[in-house]
Design a protein around this ligand. Structure first.
Ligand code: HEC
Length: 209
């Protein structure tokens, strides 16, 4: 079937008097004829622009991979976010090398932290309450083979916490220095025999500090 324009006998295109559009040939059924309705310019512009866009998209995203696809973009953002996060400050601490601090200002800072955070569970004098007594040689956590309680043993408990017993981890709340300060303060309480001490818990160690 031809879709050529319908022409008058003199060769002029046949025009619909109502719309001024030309008639198309080859589309006539039961006397109904098709007009050559031109697509509006804006529609054509959009149509061709979408073809150009699709071509650029196909080449840019899928063939040359100039630009990342959604999944890659997600991965890149996650990696960037991870590297922007502050690293765990405790990760670089050499636990084995830690010694109790002795400077007065460190011990004062440690006492302040202890009173503010730890005393509610360990007692004002570290005599023990919910948490164990920390003024005696008995410790629940520690290295029984060495028979010594060191800074690193308390540090380890404070890092990991003992959640099921109610001792939380302080790794996000206290800096490495603050950890050392409060631990050093606790060491100074050794043998202070506070009133109403909690009964000994754990293993009795020979050396502390
Ligand atoms: C909410 C209560 C609570 C708070 C607050 C708390 N602790 Fe504890 N802590 C506990 C309990 C309970 C245990 C005993 C864990 C166990 O049985 O293993 C414990 C155990 C410990 C131990 C190990 C003692 C041992 O005998 O081995 C250390 C060290 C310690 N806490 C330090 C601290 C410090 C330092 C703070 C403050 C920064 C603190 N805790 C705050 C409840 C608490």
């Amino acid at each position: 079937m031809s879709t050529e324009d319908k022409h008058l006998n003199n060769g002029e295109p046949e025009i619909d008097p109502l719309t001024n559009d030309r008639y198309l040939g080859g589309h006539e059924y039961d006397g109904i004829r098709e007009l050559d309705n031109k697509m509006p310019r804006w529609w054509l512009v959009l149509f061709y622009a979408s073809i150009v866009f699709a071509a650029v998209y196909l080449v840019g995203y899928h063939i040359t991979e100039w630009w990342p696809l959604q999944d890659e973009e997600y991965e890149m953002e996650m990696t960037a976010a991870k590297s922007a996060m502050p690293a765990n400050p405790h990760a670089s601490v050499d636990l084995d090398g830690l010694m109790p601090l002795t400077a007065e200002n460190d011990l004062a800072a440690g006492e302040e932290i202890f009173n503010k955070i730890c005393a509610t569970c360990h007692g004002k004098f570290a005599e023990g309450l919910v948490g164990p007594n920390m003024t005696d040689m008995f410790w629940i956590h520690g290295d029984t083979t060495s028979n010594a309680i060191r800074v690193k043993d308390l540090y380890q408990v404070m890092l990991t916490g003992v959640i099921e017993k109610g001792m939380i981890s302080y790794k996000d709340q206290l800096s490495p220095t603050e950890m050392q300060q409060v631990i050093s303060y606790i060491f100074t309480l050794q043998g202070t025999n506070p009133p109403k001490p909690k009964a000994p818990e754990g293993h009795e160690y020979q050396v502390i500090g």
